[in-house]
Design a protein around this ligand. Structure first.
Ligand SMILES: Nc1ncnc2c1ncn2[C@@H]1O[C@H](COP(=O)(O)OP(=O)(O)O)[C@@H](O)[C@H]1O
Ligand SMILES: [Mg+2]
Length: 339
């Protein structure tokens, strides 16, 4: 039991239906259809853990690339541009290719940059792949076409060995930072993926289902032209949490009302369940009163989590919440306050 996302099989619990469904959808790659999936759910519910599990289990048959957009260095500074994004996509693909020992592709890529007269910024020496320098708009266009087409190209090169290519884009709400360039980027994405038959895309992020971003990607007029399937990951049910704790942390002894309270406090969100369960006293009966008291001690931890949730909201959503801080309002009144 832990709070990191790359959890081992031994710690990973349940999600059997979600795993079966995802695998089934992804395996349609074998019939040359490119599934596109949007995995949604609140922060801490287990999206990343699930995706990593799928990656581990399917990696023997598929080439899988996982990218967390909030891990791009530049994202932390709040200045993410489409060039950074393309560079990062490129880097992550190169690493995936390298880790899978696909040497011939690297040689082809080197040749490509040479013939297109790209300046090379550096060669990542241990792995041996070049990092091109983007100097002009034309460079950017060429490189982005190249990078977005790469997964299909890899498949065509390697199709004896793999059943398809899967690109997982986690924390995709970070794309919002592209601001005015977002539409342009998604348009480019759309024009390239339309011709791909052996690449699956999974977008995942802690984003509200009413967010504009979802429409821009998964909507009828969005980048995936309405063929995107949405899968919502829900918190664990009461029964699941009960069985989960009994199996993984048998030293927790709940009285009946203690467990009720525990579930109310954590709402079945695995991140909360794990955090709270680890901090509770072991081998002592826990009743409602005890859980309440422990929960209060833990509030500062949860406050951090709420701050993160807050930063995921759009400015408009934040304004709606603040407008309600002094009491409930009619929709019309909220709308007036937003102006
Ligand atoms: N299936 C699971 N079994 C056990 N623990 C889980 C499971 N899914 C998530 N967790 C726990 O919850 C934490 C948050 O999960 P994570 O996948 O990072 O959520 P999300 O990506 O939805 O924000 C993980 O670090 C892990 O401790
Ligand atoms: Mg995550």
């Amino acid at each position: 039991m832990g709070t990191e996302s790359n959890i081992s099989d031994e710690k990973f619990y349940n999600r059997k239906n979600e795993i079966t469904l995802l695998k089934k959808l992804l395996s349609t790659l074998e019939e040359n259809s490119s599934p596109a999936i949007m995995l949604s759910g609140i922060r801490g519910v287990g999206k990343t853990s699930l995706l990593k599990k799928i990656k581990n289990e399917m990696e023997k048959d598929y080439l899988i690339d996982y990218i967390d957009l909030t891990c791009i260095d530049i994202y932390q500074t709040g200045k993410l541009t489409k060039i950074d994004l393309i560079n990062e996509f490129y880097k992550v693909w190169m690493e995936t290719i390298n880790n899978n020992g696909l040497k011939t592709i690297i040689n082809k890529i080197k040749k490509y940059f040479k013939t297109k007269n790209f300046k090379i910024k550096e060669i990542i020496s241990t792995e041996g792949y070049p990092i091109p320098l983007i100097e002009t708009k034309d460079n950017y266009k060429k490189l982005s076409d190249f990078v977005l087409e790469l997964p299909q190209k890899i498949y065509e090169q390697e199709n004896n060995g793999i059943k398809g290519v899967i690109m997982i884009i986690d924390e995709f709400q970070a794309l919002k930072d592209l601001a005015n360039d977002l539409d342009n980027f998604l348009w480019l994405f759309r024009s390239v993926i339309q011709n791909q038959r052996n690449v699956a895309y999974i977008f995942s992020g802690s984003i509200s289902s009413r967010d504009d971003m979802i429409e821009k990607i998964a909507g009828r007029k969005g980048a995936f032209g309405g063929r995107m399937l949405t899968i919502e990951i829900n918190p664990f049910t009461k029964d699941t949490v009960y069985k989960y704790l009994k199996e993984k942390l048998p030293s927790l002894i709940f009285e009946e009302d203690g467990f009720e309270r525990f579930y109310k406090c954590t709402r079945g969100i695995p991140h909360y369940v794990n955090t709270f369960a680890q901090l509770l006293e072991k081998n002592t009966p826990l009743d409602d009163k005890k859980i309440k008291k422990e929960f209060q001690n833990l509030l500062p931890f949860f406050a951090i989590h709420l701050i993160n949730l807050w930063s995921d909201l759009t400015l408009r959503e934040q304004k709606i919440v603040t407008s309600l801080s002094e009491g409930s309002l009619e929709r019309k009144k909220i709308a007036e306050k937003l102006i």
